[in-house]
Design a binder for this molecule. Structure first.
Ligand code: DX5
Ligand code: ZN
Length: 215
């Protein structure tokens, strides 16, 4: 059974409180929050101010995914906004070790994310420092994209690296997760499924979470 993290990006922002309450009332394990700066990715979403409001309503861990350049500049702001996990992109961080150390020193769980084309072997020397690896299964920037099938192979490779070294690291799959492909993703070794459209665009979002959870 995988952990389920609905992504707020696909929510109705006019009804943010109700959407957060839906997450509280569902079997979701975390709330996933996608921060985009229009530089690292083409899209702009929301920042710490919105997360601070969301945090007042949501009673589950807030899993913040930063798709921004030089993310360490904002680590403290996201901590103050209520982030429980802070995930940063390997492609955005030349000083990744330093940035991960900073996130942990602030009292958050640290995650590292990799784009679909970035090999998991590049995580070798940082893996023991993080709690979460976010394997992007779409090119980051937008919700509602199609799952890139070859990332299944990356899940298997990463799972093996984690097992061989007996590490306590969760593999999170982000992008294009549906009711139809979730089982295959879990079987490949995913521990956490991020689901935006599949949850928030469903006619019954609570049932959608339940369904993902049951696979
Ligand atoms: C994409 C984001 C994802 C996105 C997933 O850049 O990182 O978290 O919200 O959305 P779906 O599940 O709709 O692909
Ligand atoms: Zn994300």
């Amino acid at each position: 059974m995988a952990l389920i993290a609905p992504s707020l990006l696909a929510a109705d922002f006019l009804k943010l409180q109700a959407e957060c309450e839906m997450v509280n009332n569902s079997a979701a394990d975390w709330l996933h929050l996608d921060v985009m700066d229009g530089m690292f990715v083409p899209n702009i979403s929301f920042g710490p101010m919105v997360i601070e409001f969301v945090r007042k309503v949501v009673n589950k861990p807030c899993d913040v995914h930063l798709m921004i350049e030089q993310p360490a500049r904002y680590a403290e702001q996201f901590k103050n906004a209520g982030a429980d996990h802070l995930t940063i992109h390997i492609e955005a961080c030349p000083m990744l070790h330093q940035d991960i150390t900073q996130i942990k020193a602030l009292g958050m769980k640290a995650g590292v994310a990799v784009n679909p084309h970035t090999p998991v072997s590049l995580l070798s020397d940082i893996l023991h420092e993080v709690s979460i690896v976010n394997l992007m299964s779409v090119n980051p920037g937008f919700g509602g994209q199609k799952f890139i099938a070859y990332t299944l192979e990356k899940i298997k490779q990463l799972k093996q690296m984690i097992r061989e070294r007996n590490l306590d690291v969760l593999i999170e799959i982000d992008g294009g997760v549906t009711i139809e492909n979730a089982k295959e993703i879990i079987d490949a070794g995913a521990d956490v499924l991020v689901a935006g459209s599949t949850v928030f665009r469903a006619t019954d979002p609570i049932a959608a979470v339940e369904k993902l959870k049951s696979l």
